[in-house]
Structure formats: C-alpha cells, structure tokens
Ligand binder design. Structure first.
Ligand code: F6P
Length: 533
C-alpha cells in the first residue's frame, strides 16, 4: 500500500500519466521515431553560446516531454530556481542560502543574505586571489628558492575534484607553475608528488571549507614536516589556505595575507567558483579564470531565461527523471571523448551522488520514488574497449552523455578518430542492428533503442568548461526539486566519519578490542595480526 505523504512531490501524482506515456512509447523504436520525423534532430537539440545539446536520441517524444514539463511547473521549479539565485535559504536542513551562482554573477544587482549584500565581499576576494595568482605566476612572489615552480593543492571531495578536473581539462591553457593535487590519506598520494619537486620552490595550497577534514589536515601537517625538514622552520611563505574557517587557518599558521575565504552558502561540491578555484586560477591565469566564470554565468542566464522546453539543464533533468523513475534505469554514464577530461566522471559523481543520493524528503518523510542515479564514466575511446559491451548488449540499459569537442589538441587524424568514434557509438546505441541485418546470428544483434545525449562544442576552453559544469550543477538541482529532497546537504557522509573515532584506537595492539559486531572485531583482530608479521 502506498503511504500518503503530507507534502507529496508533484512527480508522485503524475506517475500514472507518465507510465501511460511509457506504455505508449514502448511500442515505438527510436529508429522509427527518426524515420517518421525528419525534423527530429532540429526539434530535439538546443544550442546555447557555443554548446550544441542533442537529445534527439532518447526514448521520448514531445508529448511525453510535455507531461514532464508539467511536473516541473507543478514542482514550482521556476520559483525555487529564482529563490536560489536570490539568496533564499533553500538548504533547509542546514538553514543556508545556496549561492554558487553569485560567485560568477556578472551583474551589479544586490544579492542579500541575512540583510547583507554578498557581492562586495565576493568581488574583493576574487581580486585578492587574482593579485596573488599574478604575483605567483610572474615570479614577483618569492619563497626560499625564489620563484614558485610547483603548486600542490591539498584537499579532498569538492576541495579537490573540481579544481583537479578543471586544471587537467584546461591543460592547454596552463602557462603558470606546474599543478599537483593530493587528496587521499594514503601517504603515497603526497609522497609520489614530493619525490619529484623542489621544496624550496613549492607552494602548498591547503583547500578545505571546514579546515577540519581529517585527510586534508593530515596531508597538510605532513607537507609542513617535509618542508621543515628540508628548509627549517621559516616556511610560512610556502603555504596558503582556502577556507571558511579562518580561526583554524590561523591556528595552522597560515598568514591572513595568504588566506582566501568563502562563505557557508557555498557548498563544497559547488565551490570551484570561489577561493577553492585558486589552484586553477594560478594554472590558467586570472583572465582565463574569469572566462571560466563567464561560461558558468552564461549557463546560469540560459537556465534563468530560456523557456522550460528549450532549457538545456531542464531537459537534462527531465530525461534523467524519465529514465530513473518511469523507465526504471538506475545508472547514468558520462563519456568525455577527451583524455584530459578523465576526471570529469569523478567530479560529476560527487556533484550528483552527494547531492541527490537521499531517501528523506524536505518534508522529513521517506521518499517513495527513487532518487539520484548511480553515475559512472570513462573517457572515450578507452571505455569502448572496456565496458561498452554491456552498454550495447547487456541487460541493464544505461543512458549515456557524450561530451565531444570538434577541435583541440593534435592533428586531424586523431581528432577525426575521436569524433567518428563518438558519433558511431551514439548511432549504434540508438539504431542497433536487427537479426536480419546480423545475418540471423543472434550474437551479432544489437537491440538499439538505447538512449544518449551529445554535447558538442568547438573546443574545451575555460568558457565551455564553465558552461558545461554549470549545466550539470543545475540539472542536479532541478532533479532535487522534482524529487522533493534537499540537494545541498550531505549527512550521509557523517556516520562513517564518526565510526572512525571508535575504530582507530582499536588498531593499537595494547588497546581493548570491543567492536560493535563480530565482523568488524574479526577484521580488526586480523589487521593486528597481519601488521605484526
Ligand atoms: O565528507 C564530505 C565532504 O564534506 C564534502 O562535501 C566536501 O566537499 C569534502 O568533504 C571536503 O570538505 P572540506 O572542504 O571541508 O575539507
């Protein structure tokens, strides 16, 4: 029996209609949809500021999409969107505004939080970052060994994934010092980097919103020790900090001059647009960082102004809901055809799964609908030679997003191979191959009808990447609204952190072993034994 919810998400009330649309479309293969409507691509693709979003290879038509648009409207999407941009505290479980969009705002409009306009502080912090980045890049900023040659960003989660992915993706624009990233508490993560760099010309950026994350603080302490061993105690100039916790940055010994702040209304996984983007800014320079913000702002303007049925993040989100809740596909893949974007799937995993991997609604009730999908991905063409077999012929249908640049690094032969492979995959997924076309060999049959979106752009520039990332941010936000959950907290990561405090002392051979259950106890015993030998 279905439990009645007090604040039922509109989507619940539309499930019957959506299921009827599903049944209607079950009889129609995408091949047929293309064959009967020559204008399908024109109708089902949207261009915005250099990005073409083709969603025509999806198991949907205008009629089914119009029902989903109704769901979005009834979920008050436009109102909640405007609330977010205006600084309303839509992160209800933490009583916070959600204003990553203000960090890339290009307008003079005031954005008020608790009676204060946040824009002057944002601008001041950005200017301070740009001054510092310029002085590091030009060599004006001097440390023990002179000019900085290497920058190591120490951070994890949102304080690592976005900056690392963007810095790698934009390597073509790196004309500053060499960037490195350390996240894991596994000592090899730091050691494998410091092995190759000169302590006298290295700058460490300790990036942590809370400045309390155990892995980051451990790595920061170890980096400090390494510097002290090499250079003595006077190493303050080799550190800067990015955080909202200015007390803790001072306690760690970072000078205020080199501390860059941000605010509680910037979620960790949305923080690359804030001081957390300093590593990227040092790598590509403040001007290109500004273009990156511009790109994100362009996506914001599109999200704010385009009609819902012409709105890229809205369509992305509605298709995701269609597959997750109506067709019952639990996974979503993302395939950048770009080696330098290899961390894009990892960045998206945190953005999507930490935001929407929830079971409790904003109304405190348990959801009766599935929420965030499982995200995974790999660069093309590598993935083709690994797991695409399952995507083409497996029993689980996995909607895919393909990201493709027409121009970029290298010669035409390489580029054309990437482009043709990417388009071939989307075509194979959509059209498949019938038994007849497979000469009656069932192993050579591809049922097709497998969905994909394609994002096409000239090349990966700061502007394009900013736009792409912001589209995904908004897609996640919109889905959260449709599911009735708060996409901006992450309580699900806390229990594990708490249990570490019980478990860690039990690793000491002389401490009492009293684990919560026989499995953990047995494993701890085995750990103690194996550590001895
Ligand atoms: O544990 C999860 C998390 O809080 C993420 O949300 C966040 O991006 C990451 O840890 C790092 O947090 P911080 O920037 O405070 O070190």
């Amino acid at each position: 029996m279905i439990k009645t919810l007090i604040n039922t998400p509109a989507l619940v009330n539309y499930m019957n209609r959506l299921n009827a649309e599903k049944q209607r479309l079950e009889a129609v293969h995408m091949r047929e949809m293309f064959a009967t409507d020559p204008s399908r691509f024109d109708k089902m693709s949207i261009s915005n500021d250099g990005i073409l979003f083709d969603y025509s290879k999806n198991r949907i038509d205008e009629k089914a999409l119009s029902v989903l648009i109704k769901v979005a409207k009834e979920s008050r999407l436009e109102q909640v969107r405007d609330d977010m941009f205006a600084g309303v505290k839509i992160n209800t479980t933490e009583d916070r505004a959600v204003l990553h969009t203000a960090l890339r705002s290009r307008s003079d409009a005031l954005i008020m939080v608790d009676g204060k306009n946040v824009m002057p502080e944002i601008k001041a912090e950005l200017e301070k970052m740009a001054d510092f980045a310029n002085s590091v890049r030009s060599g004006r900023y001097q440390v023990t060994g002179g000019k900085i040659t290497d920058v190591v960003n120490i951070g994890i989660g949102g304080s690592d994934l976005g900056p690392r992915m963007a810095t790698q993706s934009l390597r073509e624009f790196n004309d500053g010092p060499k960037l490195h990233f350390v996240a894991n508490s596994d000592a090899t993560d730091l050691d494998d980097i410091i092995e190759h760099i000169d302590p006298a010309t290295t700058l460490f950026i300790v990036a942590s919103k809370s400045f309390a994350t155990a892995e980051t603080m451990l790595n920061a302490r170890n980096a400090k020790l390494w510097l002290e061993n090499a250079l003595g105690k006077n190493i303050g100039g080799h550190f800067c900090a990015l955080s909202t916790n200015l007390k803790a940055t001072q306690a760690f010994g970072v000078s205020k001059k080199r501390t860059f702040g941000f605010w509680d209304w910037v979620g960790g996984r949305f923080s690359i647009w804030s001081a957390i983007g300093l590593s990227l800014m040092i790598s590509i320079g403040p001007e290109d960082f500004d273009k990156f913000l511009n790109g994100a702002n362009s996506a914001d303007q599109h999200f704010l102004n385009a009609p819902l049925d012409q709105n890229i993040p809205v369509i992305m989100a509605l298709l995701g809901v269609w597959y997750r809740n109506v067709l019952g596909f639990p996974v979503q893949a993302v395939m950048p055809y770009d080696s330098r974007m290899s961390r894009f799937p990892a960045w998206l995993q945190q953005l999507d799964m930490e935001s929407n991997g929830k079971s409790v609604l904003k109304s405190n009730e348990l959801t009766m609908l599935d929420t965030g999908p499982i995200i995974f991905g790999e660069v093309g063409t590598n993935g083709q030679h690994a797991f695409y077999q399952l995507i083409h012929q497996g029993t689980t249908i996995i909607p895919c997003d393909f990201l493709l640049a027409c121009k970029g690094y290298g010669g035409q032969e390489n580029r054309n191979m990437l482009i043709s492979n990417c388009l071939a995959q989307t075509e194979a997924l959509m059209a498949g191959r019938t038994l007849e076309e497979a000469d009656n060999n069932p192993h050579h049959v591809f049922e097709g009808n497998r969905p994909s979106n394609t994002f096409l752009y000239e090349e990966v520039t700061p502007h394009t990447l900013g736009m792409l990332m912001a589209f995904y941010e908004h897609k996640v936000f919109i889905q959260g609204i449709l599911w009735g959950i708060n996409s901006f907290d992450q309580w699900g990561v806390e229990l594990g952190k708490e249990l570490v405090c019980n478990i860690e002392p039990m690793l000491e051979p002389n401490n009492k072993l009293a684990a919560q259950n026989s499995s953990t106890e047995g494993l701890l015993k085995a750990v103690r034994e194996m550590k001895k030998s």
